[in-house]
Design a protein around this ligand. Structure first.
Ligand code: NAD
Ligand code: ZN
Length: 255
């Protein structure tokens, strides 16, 4: 499936959304669940990343989460993030819907970002409901609430409910979009999986960018599948669109 078809889809579409996952941050040095070695081998996510693990042993949970937060804090946006921000400023892409909690889309300059799984630098108390902004990577140990309880990072852990408002606004956009890019996600974590599903039912073009085929690819609903790394592929898409004068004002656009 050629990248030129995706360029043309993007030029024709009125509303374009991008669902992103851990794969877009791999080139920034944050491993996804499939990357060998690294943090997920030391702290298997199904053992450390669940709400049950936090409730049962918050101190043990924080050993894992502080290391993850430091990995996030040390990471810089890569070409995939900057290309998505550029597509937004060109008027080609309208909203990013991300499952990531590393803050790299915003750091790259994306403005409309729906964060399905929460923010990197906030804490919430499950005992009294208090919430506060805090640079988590700078914490020396488990953060305490004024009520005495150990606080939880304000991100959605496994087996935890997503914020209704976030998923609903993402689903509303999916029901209206013309193109839905699905980038660097195994597209297997519910309810993020509903985004491409809703977009497909609405008749939007599903365009998947991934190093490998996923469960979404296997549904047969993906019209364009670009196999490879998100950075180079999105960077190339930006180049092709810029070459066609997309994003330039009428006066400066070449004939
Ligand atoms: P996942 O780990 O299940 O899947 C990542 C996908 O990205 C895979 O399909 C892989 O083939 C693909 N991929 C890897 N490198 C790529 C690249 N350079 N270019 C294109 N594709 C690439 O991730 P998921 O689907 O996002 O689900 C995991 C959950 O864990 C999410 O809910 C997410 O919030 C969380 N998580 C977040 C981060 C982060 O914030 N950076 C990192 C790990 C996990
Ligand atoms: Zn509290």
């Amino acid at each position: 499936m050629s990248i030129y078809s995706v360029r043309d889809d993007l030029k024709e579409a009125k509303l374009v959304i991008a669902l992103t996952g851990a794969g877009v941050s791999v080139e920034s040095g944050i491993p996804d669940f499939r990357s060998p070695g690294g943090i997920w081998e030391k702290f298997p996510p199904e053992e450390y990343g669940t709400i049950e693990a936090f409730r049962a042993a918050p101190e043990r949970f924080w050993k894992f989460y502080l290391e993850l937060a430091r990995t996030f804090a040390a990471a810089k946006p890569n070409v995939a993030h900057t290309a998505l921000a550029r597509l937004e400023s060109m008027g080609v892409l309208h909203h990013v819907i991300t499952q990531n909690v590393d803050g790299l889309h915003e750091a790259a300059g994306s403005r409309s970002v729906i964060k399905l799984h929460g923010s990197p630098d906030a804490l919430v108390c499950l005992a009294c409901g208090a919430r506060r902004e805090e640079r988590i990577a700078a914490l020396g140990g488990p953060p305490r609430c004024e009520c005495g309880a150990i606080m939880k990072p304000d991100v959605v852990l496994f087996n935890e409910e997503l914020s209704r408002a976030e998923i609903e606004s993402a689903q509303e956009l999916a029901a209206k979009c013309d193109v839905c890019l699905v980038i660097g996600t195994s597209a297997s974590v519910h309810p993020a999986t509903t985004i491409p599903e809703i977009a497909f039912k609405r008749g939007a073009i599903l365009c998947e960018i991934n190093r490998e085929a996923t469960s979404l690819t296997h549904t047969g609903r993906v019209r364009r599948f670009l196999q490879g790394s998100a950075g180079p592929l999105l960077g190339r898409l930006v180049e092709l669109l810029e070459k066609d004068g997309v994003g330039l004002s009428r006066e400066t656009r070449s004939p």
